[in-house]
Ligand binder design. Structure first.
Ligand code: SF4
Length: 354
């Protein structure tokens, strides 16, 4: 892997940046930094690995098509029973999940709107668009049925997220090739296994075999260890789609302005490819072969629609107790937290090492 210096113009508008925006530009975007090049056949090798290992599984699918997205993949690897319940239509929107979708849409609108609308205007525009479109996979129905108080709460939540993005990110210039909510699709095994993803924000474009794309997943939640798996999944899809990996992937937490990032390597992509194989294999066993699901007790039990009838929460509590408080943080929902890179960066800066 060879490293070269990135080139390009600076931030899109001549606006003075806040220290937070400067940190994003310098540390997350690595402005003016080195960009790696990758083997031109890497995408082919990754596809071969997945298709080779999935061939027997795809045969069992027959004429069915299995569509895989990041939530399903994480879900089936975390708790098969919960994944299966979601597959059987027991998913329901909440104020928080719908608010996140509205905020993402509002941010997308904001990036491509010529005037300078306030965050709340963007949120209202996004709400209107989502309800108007009325897609059954979107929160359109949920939003349309909300009362005034609930809707006001959702608008407040979404507006705070949009405001968080605007104050943390430098204005994005057109030369950065920003793409929001960009859909990626990879067909495997004669189109019987379809991997799908929707990238919140991608900046840049590859040049030859030089990686120059930064993929950012915007999060309203706190850091969780599975977020890095989601990022690697996006990196894998992007690599197979364009033939060149992104140079970096990151989860950006809108309420704190922090992020965790990973520079993409062949090893990380291979790990992501094996994870896809593992997840797809489980999905086919559960859906096609009818294998009974296993349980994956964990912090997620607290929010699971199955919890009233499932022994998982009790087992998770027993695990916490037998750990003697060693997993105590998980009880408060922080046990799954990964070490956010931005915190490390902040600490270095405070100590004068940066
Ligand atoms: S309650 Fe926990 S173990 Fe049971 S299905 Fe939900 S996440 Fe899985």
């Amino acid at each position: 892997m060879r490293a070269e210096t990135a080139e390009g113009t600076g931030p899109g508008q001549p606006r003075e940046l806040t220290p937070g925006q400067e940190a994003v530009l310098r540390e997350l975007m690595a402005w003016g930094g080195e960009r790696p090049t990758f083997d031109a056949l890497l995408a082919v090798r990754l596809r071969d690995v997945m298709e080779g290992q999935l061939a027997p599984v795809a045969d069992r699918l027959g004429r069915h098509e299995l569509v895989v997205a990041k939530q399903g993949l994480s879900g089936v690897l975390q708790c098969e029973r919960q994944w299966l319940a979601g597959e059987q239509g027991r998913f329901s929107w909440t104020l928080r999940t719908a608010g996140g979708t509205v905020a993402h849409r509002a941010i997308a609108l904001g990036l491509f709107t010529r005037n300078d609308p306030a965050p709340v205007e963007l949120v209202d525009g996004a709400l209107e668009r989502i309800i108007e479109e009325g897609h059954d996979w979107s929160p359109a129905g949920f939003l349309a049925g909300m009362g005034p108080a609930e809707l006001a709460e959702l608008r407040g939540e979404a507006t705070a997220q949009v405001q968080g993005f605007m104050t943390c990110f430098p204005p994005l210039g057109r030369s950065w090739r920003p793409a929001v909510e960009a859909r990626i699709r990879v067909d495997l095994c004669g189109d019987r296994v379809v991997l799908k993803g929707k990238v919140d924000l991608a900046l840049g474009q590859p040049a030859g075999t030089q990686a120059r794309v930064l993929i950012i997943d915007l999060k309203a939640a706190r850091p969780f260890r599975t977020h890095i798996d989601d990022l690697r999944y996006y990196a894998l899809l992007e690599t197979i789609r364009t033939g060149v990996p992104p140079f970096r992937v990151a989860s950006f937490y809108l309420d704190s302005g922090r992020w965790q990032q990973e520079d993409v390597t062949e090893a990380a992509l291979l790990t992501a490819a094996r994870r896809v194989v593992d997840g797809v294999r489980r999905m086919v066993e559960l859906r096609i072969d009818g294998r009974p699901p296993t349980l994956g007790p964990g912090p997620g039990c607290a929010f699971c629609a199955e919890r009233a009838e499932c022994p998982g929460p009790e087992r998770w509590q027993a695990e916490l107790s037998s750990a003697g408080g060693g997993l105590g943080g998980a009880q408060e929902g922080v046990g799954d937290e990964a070490a956010p890179v931005a915190v490390l960066v902040q600490e270095r800066r405070q100590s004068g090492a940066d």
